[in-house]
Design a protein around this ligand. Structure first.
Ligand SMILES: NC(=O)c1ccc[n+]([C@@H]2O[C@H](COP(=O)([O-])OP(=O)(O)OC[C@H]3O[C@@H](n4cnc5c(N)ncnc54)[C@H](O)[C@@H]3O)[C@@H](O)[C@H]2O)c1
Length: 362
């Protein structure tokens, strides 16, 4: 199978690529390698895939030195002509769009980035799927679409008309845009609402990473809403196994579709939306305790009020996904955090360059 992965240098894209490459799929990976967080982590993920990216020759294609079934190219999905070139060269069986500006808090200060990557970029992906006759599209949505909804667990058919960040609004927009293309052009589209993904090679702007880094460095950790938050932390391997299932079984139209009782998650068009989460929300303080236990260091906690854009609880109802794909998340938070901490220590322990530990402040 020929698969395009956008955002391949990112946390989830990297893990997915590794899994699919090991299975022998042919992968074209693209990423704009932006500096939202430390780019050396993105280069290191590419290196782990055998791609030695050369900043001096950014417009080159890079063949992997480890996998003869991988090619990487620096491409911005918001630049249509760059994408056209990729789609012209390869007829893809499946496109997996993970490239996006992620992060809720950053969308408060940098709204334009979300419009560019998540709206313009995603519309380019849809247009390319249409013009180059790609039948199977899988794309990342997010638990943040649930916004003001406080009914838990979050069901894919709950109303999501009240987002509280531009990030969430951009992800909901992707679902709506995908429905149009599924309806008009028969593109089989599956949107996956991920719930707080963590694990080795994770994102430096996320709680798991920030907490581990700060606790190791003896720095205070900021805990918002005075610790009264719960997150449905989902281990990366459980996300990847979910994505793989969707690749193997593209969306189909709902046989029982009834135009007088509409569902958000399915349609007369080949269109689906699913939650993928652990379906077991963890109190933030329990999450921190798991890190303290693994590191053997007590955290210095600075309790802060709720941040704009943050939701109190995320909790995935994954019944649809369980039933249709025989899916079951397998990794408990303690086991997952142990794996993350082990990776963190070996990755940064083997680097003498402390610079790479400095996070962007903006
Ligand atoms: N990690 C999570 O907990 C989580 C939760 C919900 C949804 N998601 C979504 O899953 C996807 C992957 O997330 P991630 O955690 O791997 O994030 P990430 O930031 O590590 O990966 C995204 C990658 O996309 C690239 N990118 C961004 N804009 C681009 C553009 N315009 N053109 C090309 N490449 C671009 C970035 O350089 C980055 O490498 C994103 O769509 C994100 O919104 C992630």
């Amino acid at each position: 199978m020929k698969v395009l992965i956008t955002g391949i240098a990112g946390f989830i894209g990297f893990h997915l690529a590794k899994k699919l490459l090991d299975k022998g799929e042919t992968i074209v990976g693209i990423d704009n390698l932006n500096n939202y967080y430390d780019t050396s982590l993105k280069y290191a993920r590419l290196k782990e895939l055998g791609v030695i990216y050369d900043e001096q020759n950014p417009s080159d294609s890079f063949n992997s030195e480890l996998y003869n079934n991988l090619v990487f190219k620096k491409v911005d999905i918001a630049h249509r002509e760059e994408l056209d070139e990729i789609f012209t060269k390869t007829q893809f069986d499946c496109v997996i769009n993970l490239a996006a500006q992620a992060g809720v808090r950053y969308s408060i200060t940098h709204p334009e980035t979300y419009i560019k990557s998540n709206i313009v970029g995603f519309s380019n992906i849809l247009e390319c799927c249409r013009q180059f006759d790609v039948k199977n599209l899988v794309y990342a949505s997010s638990s943040s679409v649930y916004g003001l909804n406080e009914k838990i667990p979050f069901n894919v058919n709950d109303p999501v008309d009240h987002p509280i960040s531009l990030y969430a609004a951009s992800k909901k927009s992707n679902e709506l845009m995908a429905h149009v293309y599924s309806h008009l052009y028969g593109i089989k589209s599956t949107g996956l609402r991920f719930f707080t993904v963590y694990g080795p090679w994770g994102r430096p702007d996320m709680a798991s990473y920030i907490f581990v880094k700060s606790i190791i460095n003896g720095e205070e950790i900021e805990v918002f809403n005075h610790g009264e938050m719960q997150r449905d932390f989902t281990y990366i391997d459980d996300i990847i196994s979910g994505i793989q299932k969707v690749i193997e079984k593209p969306a189909s139209s709902d046989e029982n579709h009834n135009k007088t009782v509409m569902f958000s998650s399915k349609s007369s068009a080949p269109f689906r939306i699913y939650n993928i989460g652990n379906s077991k929300p963890i109190k933030l303080m329990d999450f921190i305790t798991a890190i303290e236990k693994k590191l053997g260091i007590k955290a210095k906690v600075n309790y802060k009020p709720l941040q704009p854009g943050d939701v109190l609880v995320t909790f995935a109802d994954i019944k649809e996904f369980e039933t249709e794909f025989n899916y079951k998340p397998e990794v408990e938070v303690e086991e997952g955090m142990n794996a993350f901490v082990d990776w963190y220590l070996s990755y940064y322990g083997s680097k003498k360059n402390e610079q790479s530990l400095v996070l962007r402040q903006d």
